[in-house]
Write a protein that binds this ligand. Structure first.
Ligand code: TMP
Ligand code: ZN
Length: 408
């Protein structure tokens, strides 16, 4: 396997084992005898330092008509994307005449509808047909194609160049990132900007949040790797802004160097990455050891609690939980069910580990003794919402940044 960014041969520093598709929630009667799995192994390219999966399942196995992920699951995320749209409108669209905004992986229109509402010309590019249909219902002009150099050229021909190209939690999904970068360079107006955000490698390493590693996240970016990807296309990072979403993300703003000034935040992040050792092999050896320690601690805790006859549920059938459950070998013998608000996941079982996913109404009937907080990135919102669970003596079990408990 070669680096998807620079072509250097890749050597994995660890494997999380054979993994099913993270969003492959199935009804019990639809589980095939032989579940598709791929080896979830990770590498940090020694040349460009892009953190990536060795193998990634083919896109049609991950994103299809029944794709179970809809962005509009949480109030906090809705507010986050409204603010993202506001940032684009105020910082990037001001003083532009009849601007055109393109969003890649626009999902159900969670961000772009706030741009649409302002009467700004826009286009969402969303390959999942069912999700794209939901976006159109939200009044968001959406095309259901994969974004690459060819579709970028088609979009430019139909709509003209883009003033802003935005993407949230999308870029890190695309293995053929070089094609996407070429498409962006082609579609972007000369003084246009690319703004995107994704889970940040520095946060994953700092918090041992290895559950950010699953089939869809073929990359975990850092400033260094973003530069390696877009630099060859004449795009420089002009601003960076950390985000609290998805357990710690980074928002990168890029543009053609001659048209923009570079913010001091960029040099500050460069220094921070060097201090954290994101470019050092030892950092990844230590990360592997931390993952192994986390797995052992979680198994020990759940085993002890079950041994003592405690009832344990899960909270949030997240994509991330697929890595945790399969890597740690946790199934229905330890976790009775997982509560989740997403209707399309309810009545189904978790990929590879076959734990039932149930609607939140089941969570309190009666409350379990413990609930593993798989949706730990929404902890504040969930803890506020589940006061009654905590006050009745229930405890959340966390595993990021360390295995531990949250109680009233
Ligand atoms: P995400 O972290 O990828 O956004 O996924 C969050 C998952 O957790 C999603 O399946 C919805 C679920 N969830 C709940 O079940 N209850 C909640 O209160 C929240 C915030 C999320
Ligand atoms: Zn590389």
């Amino acid at each position: 396997m070669e680096c998807r960014v620079c072509g250097e041969p890749l050597a994995p520093f660890m494997s999380f084992g054979p993994m099913p598709i993270a969003n492959g929630f199935l009804a019990p009667q639809d589980i095939p005898l032989d579940t598709y799995r791929f080896e979830l192994a990770t590498a940090s390219c020694k040349r460009c330092r892009t953190f990536q999966l060795i193998d990634q399942p083919p896109p049609d196995k991950m994103f299809h008509a029944n794709y179970a992920f809809f962005s509009q699951t949480s109030r906090v995320m809705q507010d986050h994307f409204e603010n993202f749209a506001l940032d684009i409108a105020q910082r990037l669209l001001a003083r532009r005449d009849d601007p055109f905004v393109v969003e890649l992986g626009s999902n159900d229109g969670i961000m772009l509808r706030h741009i649409a509402k302002r009467g700004v010309r826009h286009l969402g590019v969303e390959p999942s047909a069912n999700v794209a249909a939901a976006a159109r219902n939200n009044g968001v002009n959406t095309t259901s194609v994969f974004f690459d150099a060819e579709s970028a050229a088609n979009i430019r021909e139909q709509y003209g160049p883009a003033d802003v190209i935005a993407a949230a939690n999308v870029m890190c999904h695309i293995g053929s990132i070089r094609d996407v970068a070429a498409g962006i360079a082609l579609l972007l107006r000369d003084d246009g900007v690319l703004i995107f955000e994704d889970p940040y490698l520095g946060e994953v390493i700092a918090k041992t949040s290895y559950d950010q590693i699953y089939d869809e996240h073929v990359f975990l970016f850092s400033l260094e790797s973003v530069r390696a990807i877009f630099g060859p296309h004449g795009l420089s990072v002009i601003d960076v802004a950390p985000q609290t979403t998805h357990g710690g993300s980074m928002r990168y703003t890029l543009g053609k160097t001659e048209h923009h000034e570079v913010s001091s935040t960029v040099t500050e992040l460069e220094v921070a990455e060097s201090r954290q050792g994101l470019g050092d092999d030892q950092t990844y050896d230590r990360f592997r050891q931390s993952c192994e320690a986390s797995k052992a601690a979680l198994n020990r805790l759940l085993g002890e609690l079950r041994g003592a006859g405690k009832r344990i549920a899960g909270y949030g059938a997240t994509s991330k939980s697929t890595t945790v459950l399969n890597y740690c070998g946790i199934g229905p013998e330890l976790i009775e069910f997982i509560s989740d608000t997403t209707p399309i996941k309810q009545g189904k079982v978790t990929p590879g580990t076959h734990i039932s996913v149930k609607p939140p109404s089941c969570f309190s009937e009666p409350y379990p003794d413990f609930a593993v907080l798989f949706a730990w990135n929404h902890a504040a919102e969930i803890i506020a919402k589940e006061k009654a669970f905590l006050e009745s003596g229930g405890r959340f079990i966390t595993f990021v940044p360390e295995v531990g408990m949250i109680q009233a």
